[in-house]
Design a protein around this ligand. Structure first.
Ligand SMILES: [Zn+2]
Length: 321
C-alpha cells in the first residue's frame, strides 16, 4: 500500500512537472509570439512616427509644434516678440506715412516790399510835376549829399544798405521790388513812385542820408507824406514809428527831431505820386564827420540794414497787414 501510494505520488509529481513545463513552454511561446507581434507593431508605429517627424514642411499640418523645433533658440512668447520688434533697430520700417511737421511760415512770406535807394550817380535836372494835381515842378532827381570826411557819395551808401536790406527781406519770404541795383541809372522820382504803384507794394521804403550846412547836426529821422497826399497816413505813421525805433536802437544813432523822429512832407515827388504805403528814412548825416565814418563803414551798414529790416518786420507782425 505504501509503495502504491509512493508510485502514485511520483506519477503525479511527474505530471505536475510536465504540466508546469508545458505551461511554461506555452507561455514562453505565447510571450515570444506576443513579443514579436508587439515588436512588429511597435516597429510599424515607430516607422509611421518617424515618417511623420521627418516629413517635408510643405505638407499642411495644423500642429504648431512641428515648426518650432526649426529655430535653434527658444521661441519667445508672443508678447516678447512684439517688444523685440518694436525695439529692434533692424525692424521693418512702418509703412504707414507719418505726419510731417509743416514748415514754419516765413515772417514776411509773400509780402511785396519796395526799396528805393535814393538818388543816382548823375543827377537829372529836367523837371517833373511834384504832384499829379499841381503845376509845381522840380528836378527829376539829384545826386544827393556827400561824406564830409570820407568824400563818399550818398547815392553809394544808399545802394549799399539797400542791397543788404533786400537780402534780409528776401530771406524772410518777402518779394522785393528794387528801384535800382546800380548807381549809374536815370530814374526820376516820379518814375520810382509809379514803379511801386505798378508792383502794388505792401510797403515802400526810400533810403537816404541827410546833409546840413551845420556840420554838428547828426542823427536819423523819418519822412512820411502829409495826410493830404496819401490814403495810407496811419499805415505810414505806424511803419515809420517801427522803423526809426528799431534803427536807432540797433545802430545807437540819435533819433532826431520832434514827434518821435517823424516829419510830414508835402513837397516830395516820390511821395506824392505814390498811391501805396510809403516811408523815407534819413539814415544819418554825412555832413557830420563822425556819422560820415559810420555810415560808410560796411560793418556798420549791416547794422543799419538790420535795424530797418527789424522795423519793417515789427510793422507787419504787429499790425497783421
Ligand atoms: Zn537824399
Amino acid at each position: 500500500m505504501q509503495n502504491s501510494i509512493n508510485t502514485h505520488s511520483c506519477c503525479i509529481n511527474i505530471l505536475i512537472d510536465f504540466c508546469v513545463h508545458l505551461v511554461y513552454t506555452i507561455n514562453m511561446k505565447k510571450m515570444l509570439v506576443m513579443g514579436i507581434v508587439f515588436c512588429l507593431l511597435a516597429a510599424s508605429v515607430g516607422c509611421k512616427c518617424l515618417a511623420v517627424s521627418t516629413s517635408p514642411t510643405t505638407e499642411p499640418t495644423a500642429e504648431p509644434t512641428l515648426h518650432i523645433p526649426t529655430t535653434p533658440t527658444p521661441s519667445p512668447s508672443p508678447q516678447a516678440v512684439v517688444i523685440m520688434a518694436s525695439s529692434s533697430p533692424t525692424s521693418t520700417p512702418i509703412s504707414t506715412p507719418q505726419p510731417t511737421p509743416s514748415p514754419e511760415p516765413l515772417l514776411l512770406d509773400g509780402l511785396i516790399i519796395g526799396i528805393d535807394a535814393g538818388h543816382q550817380k548823375h543827377s537829372n535836372s529836367d523837371c517833373e510835376q511834384i504832384c499829379p494835381d499841381s503845376p509845381q515842378t522840380k528836378s527829376k532827381v539829384s545826386s544827393g549829399t556827400r561824406g564830409i570826411q570820407t568824400r563818399i557819395y550818398e547815392y553809394e551808401v544808399n545802394l549799399d544798405v539797400a542791397l543788404i536790406l533786400r537780402d534780409l527781406l528776401e530771406a524772410s519770404g518777402a518779394i522785393v521790388v528794387m528801384v535800382r541795383t546800380d548807381n549809374d541809372v536815370n530814374i526820376s522820382n516820379q518814375e520810382r513812385a509809379q514803379l511801386f504803384n505798378n508792383a502794388n507794394v505792401d510797403l515802400a521804403v526810400r533810403l537816404h542820408c541827410n546833409g546840413s550846412d551845420d556840420h554838428s547836426n547828426r542823427g536819423a529821422f523819418m519822412l512820411i507824406p502829409d495826410e493830404a497826399h496819401t490814403d495810407w497816413y496811419n499805415e505810414n505813421l505806424e511803419a515809420a514809428t517801427c522803423i526809426i525805433g528799431s534803427y536807432c536802437e540797433l545802430t545807437g544813432l540819435t533819433m532826431r527831431g520832434a514827434s518821435n523822429g517823424i516829419t510830414e512832407r508835402d513837397d516830395q515827388t516820390g511821395f506824392n505820386w505814390c498811391n501805396r504805403p510809403i516811408v523815407n528814412i534819413e539814415m544819418g548825416h554825412m555832413t557830420n564827420a563822425d556819422e560820415d565814418i559810420l555810415l560808410t563803414d560796411p560793418d556798420f551798414q549791416q547794422l543799419m540794414a538790420r535795424g530797418i529790416y527789424d522795423g519793417i518786420a515789427e510793422y507787419f507782425t504787429k499790425g497783421q497787414k
